[in-house]
Write a protein that binds this ligand. Structure first.
Ligand SMILES: [Zn+2]
Length: 75
């Protein structure tokens, strides 16, 4: 994944909900926690973040960053 802030390819990470914790909360609340669990899961899905700066990453390198990225990789 590409990070615009770092102008570099980074190994992006996704924040995943703690499903075990939500399952336990659902059991103890007799199912009342399930709508919250679903909401948290939907909000968290699909956002990959840069491990270095926390910015959202792209699956591709935008055209305006290609030259900058090429210049950086040349020693
Ligand atoms: Zn970054």
């Amino acid at each position: 994944m590409f990070c615009e802030d770092d102008v570099a390819m980074v190994l992006a990470e996704r924040q995943t909900p703690n499903h075990v914790l939500h399952l336990l909360l659902s059991i103890f609340s007799a199912g009342f926690w399930i709508p919250v669990w679903l909401a948290v899961t939907m909000l968290a899905s699909g956002t990959y973040k840069c491990p270095r700066c926390g910015a959202r990453t792209r699956a591709y390198v935008p055209r305006k960053f290609k030259a900058a990225l090429a210049a950086k990789s040349i020693p």
